[in-house]
Design a protein around this ligand. Structure first.
Ligand SMILES: Cc1ncc(COP(=O)(O)O)c(C=O)c1O
Length: 343
């Protein structure tokens, strides 16, 4: 059972066929040998059934797509979004990748790791002032060889304008620009592949796919690869996440030439704002770790999982539904090591 009736586009077999061959073609695209270096990533990521009476008592089945297990250094949607960007950077002949993010950005850290693995120089342009000593996340980026620079918040908002980029080029030379969160068409194409792995692994089809939502690429890609009747929900990690509706729409148009209307953004589970972790969210994380041995990544994944439980309790996700929850990353904070995480 779905949350809302299927969109006209999602139930139109013609629309389905116009999407899937394109994605099939993407999957068979030749990747550069370095991007396919064995042992870097483990794909397809496993799908596990969540045995949790809080969902079961409402007749809702939950499957976890464990993208957090793809790689220790390029986990979750990081690999999905970096994959085709690394291919594009290689094809463009650029040896430097420059990207943007906040001081605790998972994406900045992963880009640094990808640079170290695949031989790119990496520059991280960080929002706000420098704070020393560096936090654990930026320290990890620097340990992977990333150079950091900082833009005050008003300049950061203009980061894609020509004068700001020209200034960065003057300082760092030519580079392959990667947007915040890795959400550009190449990133969206990589995220579309998450669901392409599903048919081989899951016997019964799912009704709803869910992910955390920050820069929108993960939701945009997955929604473009749904079957008729399936829907996607992105749980905004940010307060005031309504704007993400336009962001995701724009990413789909830029990537596939059209937007689908089989998805929406849930804006009520931000827990006070981006990266906020109030005690009720922390209790939920601790309880989940105790029940399932999984340390939920707190910025996106825990909020999604909490939101799914709440929508199930409210009956918005109806009995009989199967939900595929994408575990888009592990909790990489050093403190997470104290959780009883399963291998
Ligand atoms: C662990 C994790 N989950 C989900 C997201 C949200 O993905 P997106 O930025 O594509 O909306 C991010 C950010 O990239 C993330 O780091």
């Amino acid at each position: 059972m779905n949350m809302q009736s299927p969109s006209p586009e999602a139930s139109d077999p013609g629309a389905e066929h116009s999407r899937i061959p394109r994605l099939e073609a993407l999957r068979s695209e030749a990747l550069s040998p370095t991007a396919l270096r064995p042992g870097v990533v483990r794909l397809p990521s496993p799908v596990e059934e969540l045995d949790d009476e809080r969902f079961a008592r409402h007749g809702v089945r939950v499957l976890l797509k464990r993208d957090d297990l793809i790689s220790p250094v390029l986990p979750g949607n990081k690999w999905r979004k970096l994959k085709y960007n690394l291919v594009d950077a290689t094809a463009s002949g650029k040896s430097t990748i420059l990207t943007f993010g906040g001081a605790f950005s998972n994406h900045v850290r992963a880009t640094a790791a990808a640079g170290a693995l695949f031989g790119f120089t990496t520059i991280g342009v960080i929002r706000g002032e420098e704070h020393l000593p560096l936090n654990w996340s930026l320290s990890a980026a620097v340990a992977h060889g990333m150079r950091l620079t900082y833009l005050d918040r008003s300049t950061y908002r203009r980061k894609h304008e020509p004068d700001v980029l020209a200034d960065l080029r003057a300082r760092f030379g030519d580079f392959f620009p990667l947007p915040e969160g890795g959400s550009n068409p190449a990133g969206v194409r990589g995220c579309a592949e998450i669901l392409a792995e599903i048919p081989d692994e899951v016997e019964s089809p799912f009704d709803i796919v869910a992910c955390g939502c920050g820069s929108g690429g993960t939701l945009a890609g997955m929604a473009a690869n749904l079957r008729p009747g399936q829907r996607a929900i992105g749980f905004s990690a940010l307060k005031g996440g309504r704007f993400l509706q336009d962001v995701v729409d724009g990413l789909q148009r830029a990537t596939f030439g059209h937007a689908t209307d089989n998805w929406h953004v849930e804006c009520d589970f931000h827990f006070g704002g981006f990266a906020r972790r109030p005690p009720d969210l922390q209790r939920f994380i601790d309880d989940f770790a105790g029940r399932h041995g999984i340390a939920l990544e707190p910025v996106y994944v825990a909020k999604m999982m909490y939101g799914l439980l709440e929508l199930t309790r409210r009956g918005t996700i109806t009995p009989g539904s199967t939900v595929l929850a994408i575990i888009t990353g592990p909790d990489e904070h050093p403190r997470a090591a104290s959780y009883p995480v399963r291998a």
